[in-house]
Structures are given as C-alpha cells and as structure tokens.
Design a protein around this ligand. Structure first.
Ligand code: PMP
Length: 285
C-alpha cells in the first residue's frame, strides 16, 4: 500500500510529496511540529497537542496556517488514507517559501503544512516496554528555548545517535548545573525508593510534554505522589525506577543509565502501572 502525505492542500503519494527548496523549514529549520499517537484510528490528546502547537507558533510569530479544527480534519484524513490503526501522525508547519534571507519574509508569505502518518508495531513496542530501555547521559547543548517544539533538532539527532552507538535507546541531557533536563525526544522521570515520582518542572529546560501533563493527572487519580524538581544522574542511578514519556512511547521504563542498572534491572511496578492506566485518562478524537 502506498503511503500518503498532505502537503500544502494536496494529498500525495509519499514519493511525490515535495516541498520547495526555498521553504524556510528546509533552509533555516524555521518551523514547528507536533506528533500525536493514533490508537484505534483516533488521535490521542489532540486538543492539547493543538494548544501546544498554537503556543509554539505564537512564540515564533508564525501565522496559524488554517483553523485548528480544519487541521484536525486533515490529520484524521491522513490517518485514514494511510489506514493507521495504531501509530503516529506528524504535523509540521514552517514559515513558508521565500527567497533565502534570514529575517522574516513579508506577511504575504503563507506558512507551509506537511502531515504524514505511519503505523507502529504494537506488539514490538509492548515487548520493548516489557524489557525496558537503556539511556546514556550527554551534556546539554541545546538553545534555551526548548519549550518551543521547533524542527531544529540537530543536537537531539546527535544525542540520539550517541545513545544508539553506546547500545542505548535514549539520551538524557545534563545541564551545566549537573541536573538532568530531559531526553532527546522524551521527558525524564524517576521513582524514589519511598515511591515518589520525580520529574523536572516545565518552567525551564524542557519541552512541556503532553504525555507528561496527562500522566500527572493519572498520578493524581491513582494517588501517586509527585515531586516537580530537578534530579541528577547520580540520584537517577540510585532510584527505585526510571522511565521516559512521549507520545510515541507513552510510559517507557528505563532499566539502565550510563551502563548502571536501575533498581533490579527490570521495569518497575510504578512505571508499568502508569503505562497500563495511561489511556484511561487520555482524550480520543
Ligand atoms: N521532550 C522532547 C525534547 C521531545 O522531543 C518530546 C517528544 N515530542 C517530549 C519531550 C515529549 O513530549 P510529548 O509527550 O508531547 O510527546
């Protein structure tokens, strides 16, 4: 089956789906994106993803390319045309096509939109979660505006590659103050020996993950104690459990950090429970 992408008003076969070489996303990484999980053909927590998209666009002064409800229709249509039951839908909005010049183009330039969707292997992801993943720490080297979900991901690409080359799946950034900020494509969490779940506050240093926000509601409902504060790699290595969250991984247990086993080296009970309960609390649309 051929894959379909939406590009600036058209649904096209992926191999024919092109953007202009002067698109500012291509030239300057001048754009933002969102990734939503698809479950049972439905978008997970779509309104929250749209709220974050709106914020990212506003911070970068990129115009909304179309009403967000219409964007939802396009995203669902891409999911439908690709027959995705379980997987991901990706949305990218850039400042548009203009002669290459760093400063903003005239306001007549319309933002570009690309939407793609692809299935994920449910059984394989469940197996990965049952085994847990390894993470390595890397020095934080991103710009301070990581709160904006920008397509400028080169430091994240390099961090992820370093993780892969070291036999790990995710990299955790460590700031110059010695505290972990977040993963290259996820938020970072630990569980203390007395059962408190710890994650950094979204005030600085991290992207405010949608999975993170929903998980906090899950924890409140399950009466699991939460502490929003930074933690160091040393505290993480000594923690009872660790895990990461993202739309593509939901709650993914971490079983080793920098080659040192976390807890008993198996996914922890808190992470497993949060993973199981998560979708009872997410919105499907
Ligand atoms: N931080 C970074 C750097 C990310 O790329 C992601 C994934 N988009 C997240 C956190 C998690 O965000 P979400 O739960 O919204 O997928």
């Amino acid at each position: 089956m051929s894959r379909i992408a939406y590009v600036n008003g058209r649904y096209r076969n992926l191999r024919d789906a092109c953007v202009n070489v002067e698109d500012r996303g291509y030239q300057f990484a001048d754009g933002v994106y969102e990734v939503c999980e698809v479950r049972g053909r439905k978008l997970v927590d779509f309104p929250r993803h749209m709220a974050r998209l709106q914020r990212s666009l506003r911070e970068l002064r990129i115009a909304e390319p179309m009403p967000l409800s219409a964007l939802g229709i396009v995203m669902r249509e891409v999911v439908r045309r690709n027959r995705v039951i379980y997987g991901l839908v990706y949305l990218q909005v850039t400042r548009g096509v203009a002669r290459r010049d760093h400063a903003f183009p005239p306001t007549t330039v319309k933002p570009s939109i690309v939407v793609t969707a692809r299935p994920l292997n449910y059984a394989k992801n469940q197996q990965t979660a049952a085994n847990g993943i390894k993470v390595v720490t890397v020095p934080e080297n991103r710009w301070p505006r990581v709160d904006i979900k920008s397509v400028s991901l080169l430091p994240n690409v390099l961090a992820k590659q370093e993780a892969r080359e070291k036999g790990a799946y995710e990299a955790w950034y460590v700031g110059s103050d010695g505290f972990i900020t977040e993963g290259a494509s996820s938020n970072a969490w630990i569980v203390t020996k007395d059962g408190r779940v710890v994650t950094r506050s979204a005030e600085s240093g991290i992207l405010a993950g949608i999975t993170r926000a929903v998980l906090m509601e899950v924890m409140e409902a399950l009466q699991i104690r939460l502490e929003e504060r930074p933690f160091t790699p040393a505290e993480a290595r000594e923690a009872a459990e660790a895990f990461v969250t993202s739309a593509s991984q939901i709650v993914m247990p971490v079983v080793a950090i920098d080659g040192q086993i976390v807890g008993n080296g198996r996914p922890g009970a808190v992470a497993r429970r949060l993973r199981e309960e998560f979708h009872r609390f997410s919105a499907f649309s």
